[in-house]
Design a binder for this molecule. Structure first.
Ligand code: DC
Length: 248
């Protein structure tokens, strides 16, 4: 399917499968996939490696703020993936570790860090034909994005997905603990002072509680065809209903 040069913003709650969905969309339409969470994780790795965050998650925000302009975080396309590098070092694996996952939330609340990540994303998004996932992409980073999706799913279902993911990595976890963590992250993400997780007014909600990835792809293709089919001018958009995402 041919679609025009647009920005697709995918926001939503944690463990809704945003990045898997965004990756597939990028592949399907030949877009660049940008993982905004990876940039927050990259900054966190830098902070950890330079002892700018301690065990109690206290951050030396002044030192971190001064280091940010010199922090060379960039994506490199390798083996069909967009991998994050710090200078000439690939940091994809390190940024996904539990140690970084535990520290990224407080780092992501810092206004100077958010400004740094926003600037990088805006530079990369200038070329259009990008799909970006995060928490504040449609509301704050790219309010002009032509297509905004807000992903959600029932907390219990997200907890099951997350538990399976963790069990797949050999971690022993209890459902109640994972569910509590899902709810806690929802709360932190939605209540932080700077750029909280909010649904942009013009975002289309996708509740994938009972949808497979294949069904989600059909859903988005219908949505895109409706909005941007026939060369996708604004005039073409009028009158197309949004696809029904409650389909089971
Ligand atoms: O999507 P993720 O788990 O890789 O995100 C890592 C952290 O970064 C998570 O705590 C939320 C935060 N984040 C954010 O605040 N804003 C974004 N646009 C993306 C991620």
């Amino acid at each position: 399917m041919l679609i025009p040069d647009i920005i697709i913003a995918i926001d939503g709650y944690s463990s809704t499968g945003k990045s898997s969905f965004a990756r597939l969309i990028a592949k399907e339409f030949g877009f660049l996939y940008l993982d905004s969470g990876a940039l927050y994780r990259g900054v966190t790795l830098y902070a950890v490696e330079h002892s700018l965050i301690d065990d109690g998650n206290r951050i030396d925000s002044q030192a971190l703020g001064s280091a940010l302009p010199g922090l060379d975080l960039h994506f490199v396309a390798e083996a069909g993936e967009n991998r994050l590098y710090m200078g000439d070092r690939c940091i994809e694996k390190e940024i996904r570790s539990l140690a970084i996952s535990r520290k990224v939330s407080p780092i992501a609340t810092l206004p100077e860090v958010r400004a740094y990540v926003d600037r990088k994303l805006r530079e990369l998004g200038r070329q259009k034909r990008v799909v970006i996932d995060g928490r504040d992409i449609g509301s704050t980073v790219f309010p002009q994005a032509e297509l905004k999706i807000f992903m959600t799913a029932e907390p219990e279902i997200r907890a099951v997905r997350r538990m399976k993911e963790m069990q797949g990595k050999g971690e022993k976890v209890r459902f109640e603990d994972v569910l509590a963590n899902v709810r806690e992250r929802d709360y932190i993400d939605s209540h932080r002072e700077v750029s909280p997780l909010t649904r942009a007014a013009d975002a289309v909600v996708l509740d994938n509680s009972r949808m497979t990835m294949d069904e989600q792809m059909v859903w988005i293709k219908d949505l895109i065809a409706g909005r941007f089919g026939n060369a996708g001018s604004d005039g073409d958009r009028a009158g197309f209903p949004e696809p029904d995402n409650t389909r089971r």
